[in-house]
Design a protein around this ligand. Structure first.
Ligand SMILES: Nc1ncnc2c1ncn2[C@@H]1O[C@H](COP(=O)(O)OP(=O)(O)OP(=O)(O)O)[C@@H](O)[C@H]1O
Ligand SMILES: [Mg+2]
Length: 156
């Protein structure tokens, strides 16, 4: 299932993230696609909030992954500086996304061959000033309800 919604502001993106966070389940994997400054980290901030995590979300660019404790653990990955998929496996990332936590991946392209197929792809595209087109595509039916719920409750 694939649906696009319009975010008119950071607040809208946070809201989408919050809905995603509320709807996550053990082992959920969310891959965030989009260029520099598209809003991937902003969306992750909302996801953390929706999961009941009170810690601030920052960019893990230099650490590959921030592990955030909460009712359910959130692995916030940023693979911008990753060399290749092999490095992702060497760093033990597979143990994280194969586990019971929730994994959010910024810059997933570098690890495309190894990230789980059963995931929710989220693409952020630049629109007019302050706007982003957010496309949610479930690669596994377990995400369909979440996609539908966000679509039905937002502008499109
Ligand atoms: N509708 C919107 N949704 C999200 N961010 C927006 C929106 N409009 C403007 N912005 C701005 O875009 C920037 C998004 O930054 P953010 O760090 O989330 O991007 P990113 O995709 O994580 O970038 P990077 O690839 O560098 O990690 C912020 O400065 C934010 O204020
Ligand atoms: Mg970021």
């Amino acid at each position: 299932m694939k649906r696009s919604v319009l975010s008119r502001s950071v607040a809208d993106t946070l809201w989408i993230g919050q809905k995603l966070g509320e709807g996550t389940f053990p082992g959920a994997v969310l891959a965030l696609w989009g260029g520099l400054g598209a809003g991937k980290t902003a969306l992750t901030r909302g996801i953390a909030q929706g999961m009941g995590i009170m810690l601030p979300v920052s960019s893990p660019t230099f650490t590959l992954v921030h592990q955030m404790p909460g009712p359910r653990i959130l692995y916030h990955m940023d693979l911008y500086r990753l060399q290749d998929a092999e490095e992702a496996l060497m760093a033990g990332l597979a143990e994280m996304w194969d586990g019971d936590g929730v994994t959010v991946i910024e810059w997933p392209a570098r690890a495309q061959e190894v990230i789980p197929d059963a995931r929710l792809d989220i693409t952020l595209e630049f629109g007019a000033e302050g706007e982003r087109l957010v496309t949610l595509e479930s690669r596994s039916s377990e995400y369909d309800r979440l996609v539908e719920d966000i679509y039905e409750n937002s502008s499109h």
